[in-house]
Design a protein around this ligand. Sequence first.
Ligand SMILES: [Zn+2]
Length: 383
Amino acid sequence: MAEVIRSLTHLLEVASSRRFLAVVEPGDRGLAESLPFPFVSIVGEWEMKLSLLLAVINPAIGGVLLLGPRGTGKTTAVRSLSPLLPDVARSLCAYGCMPEDVETGGVESICPDCARKLGQGEPLTFVDRSRLIELPLHSELGDVIGGIDERAAVHQRMQIKPGILSHADRNLLYVDEVNLLKREVADAILDAAAQGVYTVRRGPVSATYRARFILVGSMNPEEGMLRPQIADRFGLRALVRGLGNSTERWEAYQRSHAFERNPRGVIEYYREETHTIRDEILAARNRVADVELSPETVRCGLEAIQQLGVSSLRGTSVLFEAARAYAAADGRDRADPSDLNAVAILALRMRRSDFMDRYAAEQEQEDKAILESFQQVEGKTQP
Ligand SMILES: [Zn+2]
């Protein structure tokens, strides 16, 4: 790379706007489906790329909803994140005991086997890759949360088989066509995402699983909108508009054409930038917990939210968490009002409810009428 990279966002700008030199020879066909397209090679769609990065850097944002028509590369972009996801600690134990359980609940909160290990100074976890888990289309509630293990049931044992949500723990869960999910399935996913755990009950047996995942949903608004209470639970909302001009379109075509012919060649072509962006994400993720909001940032954020009439408390939290992630991506330990500007649209759009505004206004009218009639009655009865 000739240019000096200043920050994660700068790298993304440089890498995705660099002209693709068609030096990748056709070769090694096939397997393109299992190999992800390099994230840094995605042309344009700044909003989509930025929101995905922020969600990975700061899980407290609560994930992303990508809104756009078919064929705009939403699924490709989400899949391209998988080599960039940071490593995570996973439990070595079938009960999922973690060292942080001991910190919060004491040694009684882990199983006897793990307590023994802890006493002997043995590790409870191992370092593993974070993965992309895709929710299959038309998933049923049983697939998602788990259910009775049929094989165990044959042997007269009641046992619960974990569902997709438990496999999503410490991973990224991608739900395509989230607006077409069954209501109960969407509720189960969002509850688990909010709480980080979920419980399955089937008759006399129950099991609780961890499910701390980064949730990414995508949908085509032409095929039906989300229920407002579901849309509100996604941290950021990115509009995926399609490419803006023919230069970008030609560039995108060349890259995807080269990738179809030789995916490994294209991945190799972007190898250095992919490594850099992975390192930058990791550094930003480690930094984000220490990023402070300057007093000016807090004041600006709260005032803007008040002015806009965003009533959802989640909006406030997402705005500040996204600003902290943006500052961390820029290598800073303090978030300033400019960081709010950079993320405000992603964090706050589609959170205002016209219905609630009208509803509240109508209610105020009625309340006023009630008070007035009482005042009149009081006036008449007074001597
Ligand atoms: Zn254990």
